[in-house]
Design a protein around this ligand. Structure first.
Ligand code: OAD
Length: 231
């Protein structure tokens, strides 16, 4: 089966994970050198940890902010943004919190897992963009700690984001899943919607994943290289 070309589709949906940003120098979560091998999520990436020790959780997130701030979008992010510019029916649903899609020029990105660059005050129900490194001040004027607006382990996904993702998956004529291990809900589940609705489906990854066999096209290699080959 020949590699699908973007030119042959109108409603392209990119569903992206940490593997897309790996070439920008941002470590993935699992596998060799993965973030969760070095840091346990129970201590740094769940609400319980935040309630127990917000300063420690903020130190971790400041470190991540500092690291991501030094990274640039890579050729893969740029291909996706270019395709969106050329084809207005293109949408992006990402599990990434790094903001690199937007920095490459993409718009309307559905951030399923939130953003490293937003904070919220759960007491006052405020959310705001914040790109400071380190994030200061750590407390809202009400006295409560700002919290990274990230979907941590054990958190629920925002309902409106899930609904939007469902809609986009139902409508797309090409689904391109890039750089996700597909072991975390909803990544393991969402692509099935596009498959059931008759979209052409592509999985780009270095390796097979537990859902690879569901895809019509399994393209192996780095995200930037394979995305460029679909132009
Ligand atoms: P993972 O770290 O679980 O998986 C990254 C995937 O990218 C793996 O399947 C790799 O084989 C692949 N990969 C690595 N480098 C690549 C490259 N250059 N080109 C193509 N593929 C490459 O990351 P995610 O699947 O995104 O959630 O993880 C899902 C969620 O789990 C994250 O959003 C995060 C994490 O816990 C939260 O923090 C809430």
């Amino acid at each position: 089966m020949s590699t699908p070309r973007f030119a042959d589709f109108e409603r392209i949906l990119f569903f992206t994970g940490a593997g897309l940003s790996a070439e920008s120098g941002i470590p993935t979560y699992r596998g060799k050198g993965g973030l969760w091998a070095e840091y346990s999520y129970e201590d740094y990436a769940c609400q319980r940890a935040f309630l127990r020790d917000p300063e420690r959780v903020w130190d971790f997130h400041d470190k991540r902010r500092g690291m991501v701030a030094t990274c640039e979008p890579n050729a893969g992010h740029r291909v996706i943004a270019d395709v969106q510019r050329e084809k207005p029916g293109t949408a992006i649903v990402t599990q990434n919190i790094d903001g690199l899609h937007q920095r490459a020029g993409a718009s309307g990105v559905v951030e399923l897992h939130g953003s490293l660059w937003r904070v919220r005050c759960d007491r006052e129900e405020l959310v705001r963009d914040d790109t400071s490194v380190p994030m200061e001040p750590r407390r809202c004027s009400c006295g409560a700690y700002w919290r990274p607006d990230i979907v941590w382990f054990e958190d629920s996904l925002k309902e409106s984001n899930l609904e939007r993702a469902h809609e986009l998956l139902e409508q797309c004529d090409l689904l391109v899943t890039v750089g996700t291990s597909a072991v975390v809900y909803p990544a393991a589940h969402l692509p099935r919607i596009a498959m059931q609705c008759g979209a052409t489906t592509v999985e780009i990854n270095l390796d097979d994943t537990p859902v690879s066999s569901l895809y019509q096209h399994r393209l192996r290699g780095t995200a930037s290289h394979i995305l460029a080959s679909m132009r």
